[in-house]
Every structure is written in structure tokens, then in C-alpha cells.
Design a protein. Structure first.
Length: 274
């Protein structure tokens, strides 16, 4: 028995061949707003489990009559998206699918795991909003690796992490490296980071920003850094006609006249990214 844990495709195939075919009462529910349909090839959708798994919650008619939990036919809505490719596979959680301004969806788990692979990142929370065209990230930098990356810059090479987190050139460097990891993973433009917010403080269960199992508490982190997030979003909106970070983390300037308008902080960004 596997309990509640997911089985790998290889394990499922081995069990089918060596022991017995595992039959599960499962089907898909279309998620049209995210483009998941049971008629897709391969079939995709929200995973539903049949009455053999659960008939309902004991004396909880409020839950049993909630069609986001149980369909009218009594199937349990798992809240996860899956697909049928020879074996039944789970791909992602619906709650981690976020719609951006353009109406397209991005998967937070995939973005988080990729951007966290950047060696300048110790911990990270990807923060998208329906009003934004791209997500931003709240990042706890990896202090040792960051100092190593800045070793040639005498102005910041030995600065404490708290000071580095306030530097425009440091934010630009980390943004560039994160987006380089995203580009390597084949991310679309809407999945690339628009900006980063840096914090020197580790996230702990005591702070309430991660669980005891070190899982990110996305909404609590967004609330904690709400002011910084709004300031960064406003700054991005104000960058019109001046050098700005494009979706690959590079500097985008329309013409030489715009380049001449770079202020002192933007020069730091330009020097880091050019």
C-alpha cells in the first residue's frame, strides 16, 4: 500500500507487471479557465476520486453539499491537476495555478523550484498578482555565494547582507541570475521575474513564514512584505522611457537619448547587467 503518497510512473509499471494491476476509481473534471480538458491528448483535468474512497464527511452536510468538494454524483474533487499518459499522473495543484493580467496561468511550484536553484538564492517565494504581467519574487539571498559573486566590486564585496539587500546593483544581479535559470528551463516570458524584493532575515516557523516542514507560507509572506512589493510594482510602472529590465533580465533601452537619462541608481543596474 502507498497510503496517501504518490507513486512514480516506474513504480506503478513495476507493480502492474510483478503483482497486480492497481485499479483506482478515478476520472477528470474539466478546468476550462486553465485549458485542462478530458478531451485533450493526453486527457487532462482536475482529478476526481470515486465513492470507494470516501462517501462524505460524518455529519458535515455543509461540506458534503459543497460542489467544490464533492460533485453531484458523489465524486471527491482532489484539487490537483493530472493527466493520463499510459499511467495516471499528477502534475500540479490547482491552487498553485495563478492567472496574470493577460489571462494566462502560471504554476507557482514550477517557478519556485527553478528560481530557487539559482546559487544566489537561499529561500524564495514567487508572488504573482492578477494585476501584473509577470511575477516578482521575495528572496532571502545566499550570503556566501552573493559575496563571492560580488568579490570584484570593492564597494559592496564586504558589506553585510542587510546592506546588500538595499543595493540596486545587487537586486539587479540576483534578478538576472534567476531569469537566466528560468530561460534555461524554457520559461515563457510571463513566467520570467519582473523584479525581486530582497530580505536578509531567514524564514522560520517561529516567524510564521514557513511551516514546521519548511513549506513556504505564500500569503503570509505576501502580507509581511506588502509594502516592499507595492513599492517595487510602482517602480516598475514608473520605468517608462528609461532603461528597464526586460523579461530576460537584460537592460532594454529604446534609443541613445533614453540611455542618457539613466540616474545614479539605474547606472548601477546597467553596469551589472550589460
Amino acid at each position: 500500500m502507498s497510503g496517501g503518497a504518490a507513486r512514480s510512473c516506474e513504480m506503478q509499471e513495476f507493480l502492474n507487471l510483478a503483482l497486480v494491476t492497481l485499479v483506482q476509481e478515478t476520472k477528470f473534471l474539466d478546468v476550462p479557465e486553465a485549458g485542462y480538458f478530458s478531451t485533450n491528448n493526453p486527457p487532462q483535468g482536475e482529478i476526481l476520486r470515486g465513492p470507494s474512497v470516501i462517501n462524505g464527511y460524518y455529519k458535515r452536510d455543509d461540506l458534503n453539499n459543497d460542489e467544490t468538494i464533492f460533485t453531484q454524483a458523489g465524486w471527491l474533487c482532489m484539487g490537483d491537476v493530472g493527466q493520463d499518459v499510459a499511467v495516471f499522473t499528477h502534475t500540479r495543484s490547482i491552487k498553485n495555478l495563478i492567472k496574470l493580467q493577460g489571462g494566462e496561468y502560471i504554476a507557482l511550484e514550477r517557478l519556485k523550484s527553478t528560481y530557487k536553484s539559482c546559487n544566489l538564492v537561499s529561500n524564495l517565494c514567487v508572488h504573482p498578482t492578477p494585476e501584473a504581467t509577470q511575477p516578482i519574487a521575495i528572496i532571502v539571498p545566499h550570503e556566501v555565494n552573493l559575496h563571492a559573486a560580488l568579490s570584484d566590486d570593492q564597494d559592496v564585496a564586504t558589506a553585510p547582507l542587510a546592506d546588500l539587500c538595499t543595493k540596486t546593483k545587487v537586486r539587479a544581479l540576483i534578478l538576472k541570475e534567476c531569469n537566466a535559470a528560468g530561460k534555461k528551463s524554457g520559461f515563457k516570458n510571463i513566467e520570467m521575474l519582473q523584479a525581486v524584493v530582497l530580505t536578509p532575515d531567514e524564514w522560520t516557523p517561529e516567524s510564521g513564514l514557513v511551516t514546521a516542514a519548511q513549506k513556504i507560507q505564500w500569503r503570509k509572506i505576501a502580507q509581511t512584505f506588502d509594502t516592499e512589493i507595492k513599492e517595487e510594482q510602482q517602480q516598475q510602472q514608473n520605468i517608462i522611457g528609461t532603461p528597464s529590465l526586460d523579461m530576460r533580465g537584460n537592460v532594454a533601452c529604446e534609443n541613445d537619448e533614453n540611455k542618457a537619462k539613466i540616474d545614479a541608481s539605474d547606472k548601477d543596474v546597467f553596469e551589472v547587467l550589460k
